[in-house]
Ligand binder design. Structure first.
Ligand code: SF4
Length: 413
């Protein structure tokens, strides 16, 4: 019935990702100190502004899973005693470092440089602290833990932001002491400025997805995710999102959708099922279903950026992000997306091994569904472990969702 019509420009994000990991390996070979970052992505400007190469561990795991290169590292992590219930990102990332030399030679991106220091965020996910402690002990390296308070109420935002700013100053001292490099304030401000320009382009592109048909799907945004994860604060990320925005504008003018024959507009709650990325996007498109909105894809990433106050900008984006907000806030947030993007139904991806994002999902799904009178379904899978994915289950749930949408349309007609 429908056909996938991916954006060409979103591939620029995956090309940038390849360059990023190659640069990282070269820097480690040269003897640069390597920082591993677990937790909030937005700590990366602190490290980049000192010219310290880094790995954002979640992003590497997602990247490998999307390319079907996650299985062997996961097997090795299992063999070494990591429980299957442990976050699959942790098992993939740590598995890469536990591979034999012969294994590591098989895939370039398995050659993750070992850390010289680690930065973790103690925030909305409990995995980060445990994972960081494992890294500290395994590699005997210094670690800095930054605590991000949960934002129960808007009135607490300023106090929480100031608290995080004070810790960022301590983090700066930690980084200078451990790497023997100085932070360059002008460079930090420039990174924040670039991040803001990229986000402006990204937000503009996101708004274009309100059009019917939508010029992009979350799978296009996911393909370009490397531009957020790895190129954030670099001029290339501005270029990638500018190219996407322009391609989308051209599509809107031609009324060309990312799904040819768009019949259903859906919202996706939760992360991407990376190992099934390609087949799932094609399956949805073949049903005429375009996933046009996603709290994860748009709500997780740096938005409030002021180059005049880089530390406050970084702190804002740790405190005031969607997974750090209470359930009522999240329900209103997802419901607003569904209204703005003219969504017909909601898919909630319950990740088997993610403790941060799925605990509240059943309530969220029920509340959004009742509030907007749209149907919703639950799909059990995982971000990085394909053994939790059942195609038959996904087919049944998708079929049920689309039938419910059709039935409600008939009643309304
Ligand atoms: S448990 Fe979830 S939020 Fe935490 S590191 Fe794993 S995937 Fe990320």
């Amino acid at each position: 019935m429908g056909q996938s019509n991916p954006l060409r420009s979103s591939r620029l994000g995956s090309q940038a990702t390849d360059r990023f990991y190659e640069d990282l390996r070269q820097a480690a070979k040269k003897g640069d100190p390597v920082c591993w970052i677990l937790g909030a992505l937005i700590t990366t400007p602190m490290v980049t502004s000192m010219d310290v190469p880094w790995v954002f561990a979640d992003a590497l795991a997602a990247h490998l899973a999307a390319r079907h290169q996650q299985k062997r590292p996961q097997e090795v992590a299992d063999e070494k005693g990591y429980l299957r219930e442990t976050c699959s990102y942790t098992r993939i990332h740590m598995g890469c470092t536990l591979l034999s030399d012969a294994d590591r030679k098989q895939v370039m991106d398995w050659q993750v440089p070992n850390p010289d220091l680690v930065i973790i965020t103690d925030g909305c996910c409990s995995e980060w602290v445990e994972w960081g402690d494992d890294v500290r002990k395994r590699f005997n390296v210094p670690i800095f833990t930054l605590h991000v308070p949960f934002l129960w109420n808007d009135k607490d935002r300023d106090e929480a932001t100031d608290y995080v700013v004070s810790q960022l100053k301590e983090m700066n001292t930690f980084l200078e002491d451990t790497t023997h490099r100085r932070q360059d304030p002008a460079k930090l401000a420039e990174i924040i400025s670039m991040g803001r320009q990229a986000q402006d382009m990204r937000s503009h592109g996101q708004q274009l997805c309100r059009n019917v048909p939508s010029p992009a799907t979350i799978f296009d945004w996911a393909t370009a995710l490397g531009a957020v994860f790895n190129s954030w604060g670099k001029p290339e990320s501005v270029g990638i999102y500018k190219a996407m925005k322009e391609e989308m504008e051209q599509r809107v003018a031609r009324k060309e959708g990312a799904v040819i024959g768009e019949k259903y507009r859906l919202c996706w709650d939760g992360m991407i099922v990376w190992p099934e990325f390609g087949p799932l996007s094609k399956k949805l498109a073949s049903l005429g279903a375009n996933v046009v909105a996603s709290a994860y894809m748009w709500g997780f990433f740096p938005t409030l950026m002021d180059p005049r106050d880089p530390l406050k900008s970084i702190a804002w984006n740790m405190v005031d992000v969607w997974p750090n907000r209470n359930l009522d806030w999240q329900i209103n947030h997802v419901a607003q997306f569904c209204e703005d993007y003219k969504v017909d139904g909601l898919i909630c991806h319950a990740h088997y091994t993610c403790r941060a994002l799925c605990g509240q999902q059943m309530e969220l799904m029920d509340a959004v569904s009742r509030k907007l009178n749209i149907p919703a379904v639950f799909v059990e899978a995982d971000v990085g472990d394909e053994s939790f994915y059942s195609e038959a289950q996904v087919d049944t749930r998708l079929q049920a969702l689309l039938e419910m949408i059709d039935a409600r349309r008939k009643v309304r007609a």
